[in-house]
Design a protein around this ligand. Sequence first.
Ligand code: C5P
Length: 201
Amino acid sequence: MAFTIAIDGPAAAGKGTVGRQLAAHFGYAHLDTGLLYRATGRRMLNGEGAVEAAMNLRPEDLGAPDLRTPEVGQAASRVAAIPEVREALIDFQRAFATRAGGAVLDGRDIGTVICPDADVKLYVTAGDEVRAARRLAELTSTGHDIDFQTVLADLRQRDARDSARADAPLKPAEDAILLDTSQLTIDEAVATAIAEVERVQ
Ligand code: C5P
């Protein structure tokens, strides 16, 4: 039986970490849907039209180097506001969500648009300065030379654009469980998420 966990929230809130560890715990597959938009944004930065890039996306694009940079994140957030881009990526995400054996998807519109019938919906959030500090540590550890204020401004700009767009804006689904990770360690956030899933299983 397909069991689907939808995780949404703003940039760098811990969705990916929680999603990956939930999937590992329950033996489900995990899809970071932000990678679809980042890979589309990357192809756009290389000169391709955004809609064409989304329609032609290949699995190997998701493994391209440097998809995590702020530059690609901004490009992702710009292509993500184009309805035809979002449309082109829907079937792949829904097929992933309903695969046998269970799936965890994280993104911005999973509980609201992609999987409105998900078995569990989590909205993972954290204060913007906490999120910026975490993203800064991640970028610095992978060799990027960037400062806190730049990361903070980048996250705020992306969150504002993602929340304001007309098509599939960032917002919690009405039936989502809110998980604020500001004061939590990774292990605590994951343990809370596991407990929420076990309640409905
Ligand atoms: O999650 P991540 O920060 O990698 O996502 C990059 C961008 O992709 C987001 O800022 C957002 O604009 C877009 N996105 C989206 N819908 C999703 C996942 C990501 O619009 N489900």
